[in-house]
Write a new protein. Structure first.
Length: 402
């Protein structure tokens, strides 16, 4: 009990120091901040740090306090940036920083827990029923609240079985799942024709996805399909170049996206005059649409090529860089972001659709029933809306399968 209380006190102390660092962050990143303001915040932080270190009821090392404070700085920037203390750098060097992993989970960290942005279609995580919006409380018995973001992702890449404790939205009961890493690439596109409307689902951007997409567009054109739905729900990551190339296949002019940052060389991608499909287009997106999916969606919408339908996207179209510090630690930070065609950054606010589909009633019903297959058995209201806008109706068989 004493040890537990000590840990709580130290955690509280670290948070207190971190809050002071946040004040410093505001001075460093706030618009129009003057050097005098920065020095003033540094002076305040130094005073508080010395006061706590010298007068707190229990002795706490400076390194422990500073590690907590530095973590607070990266947390204040965005949920994807993080600090690695010197004591963890040896383990960090073995970490492979890729969104995909052997179990197919694209995750971030929210409210202290590992948060599922989306499972990759056909992956072990997808087959096990893990869904976007799920919280992972434990990985192989270790609480994710005590793990850094990179440690969570690293644990999910384990060669052996990965044991997860999952908490689903609207539920209080935890699910225990065991996933075995497996090869599930390449991830194939899904194509269909619904009431005369072409349908292409792009689950993930990887090498060859743009080629698959072009082939699907060519097939739709040959079959004289004039209305097309591109479904990007669940597409939460992968190769940005593939998304840009795919968007270009639907455009004949205009800016697809640009890359901007304070310390990088700006870059822009313009659409060429060639197109693989000149019919009407609608794009479906939701909160599990991130990265390349957001760039694709904003390119189609921003160039008035088609409507974006669904709910606001996740908000993660960024480039990051790891910087090694003289102390021996390091910082993974966002150094650039992709933009919409009108040069607005795709931030954590996401992209708001042209047509927002209200899923509130459906979500409340899910919470009441506390079902475990929330998104697989429910009626697909977003697809239904897209078909209605094209003047088509969802077939009865499709409704039952949705």
């Amino acid at each position: 009990m004493v040890a537990m209380m000590t840990k709580k006190k130290i955690a509280f102390l670290s948070i207190s120091v971190a809050l002071m660092i946040l004040l410093l962050t505001g001075a460093l990143f706030g618009q129009g901040a003057q050097k005098s303001s920065v020095y003033r915040y540094l002076s305040i932080f130094s005073e508080v740090f010395d006061l706590v270190r010298n007068n707190y009821v229990e002795q706490v090392s400076s390194d422990q306090l500073m590690d907590g404070a530095f973590t607070g700085v990266t947390d204040a920037i965005d949920e994807f940036s993080y600090y690695v203390p010197p004591s963890q750098m040896s383990a960090y060097k073995s970490f492979v920083d890729v969104e995909d992993n052997g179990v197919g989970l694209v995750v971030t960290k929210r409210f202290g827990y590992a948060y599922v942005v989306a499972p990759i279609a056909g992956s072990p995580a997808d087959k096990a029923g893990i869904e976007r919006g799920d919280f992972i409380e434990k990985v192989n018995g270790q609480p994710t609240t005590k793990m850094a973001f990179w440690q969570i992702r690293n644990a999910l890449r384990a060669n052996g079985p990965v044991k997860l404790q999952v908490l689903r939205g609207g539920n209080t009961k935890r699910e225990e799942l065991t996933l075995q890493s497996a090869s599930f690439h390449p991830v194939a596109l899904q194509t269909n024709t619904i009431s005369g409307v072409g349908y292409i689902r792009v689950p993930y951007w990887e090498k060859g996805t743009a080629t698959q997409f072009r082939a699907a567009l060519d097939d739709a054109r040959k079959r004289n399909v004039r209305k097309l739905i591109v479904d990007l729900r669940g597409n939460a990551g992968g190769l940005m170049d593939e998304a840009i190339t795919a968007a270009d296949d639907l455009l004949t002019s205009g800016l697809i996206t640009s890359l901007e940052g304070r310390k990088i060389e700006p870059k822009q991608w313009q659409a060429d005059r060639n197109t693989s499909f000149d019919g009407e287009v609608e794009v479906l997106a939701d909160v599990s649409t991130a990265g390349g999916g957001e760039v694709f969606a904003s390119a189609i919408r921003g160039n008035n090529r088609g409507k974006l339908i669904g709910i606001t996207t996740y908000g993660k179209a960024i480039v990051q860089k790891f910087v090694t510090l003289p102390s021996g630690g390091g910082v993974q930070m966002t150094v650039a972001h992709y933009t919409t065609p009108d040069l607005k950054p795709i931030t954590d606010a996401g992209i708001r659709p042209d047509v927002v589909v209200d899923l509130t009633a459906q979500a409340l019903d899910e919470g009441a029933t506390k079902g475990t297959k929330r998104h697989k058995d429910e009626e697909d209201l977003i697809l239904k809306k897209a078909l209605q806008m094209f003047g088509a109706q969802e077939p009865a068989a499709q409704k039952k399968a949705a």
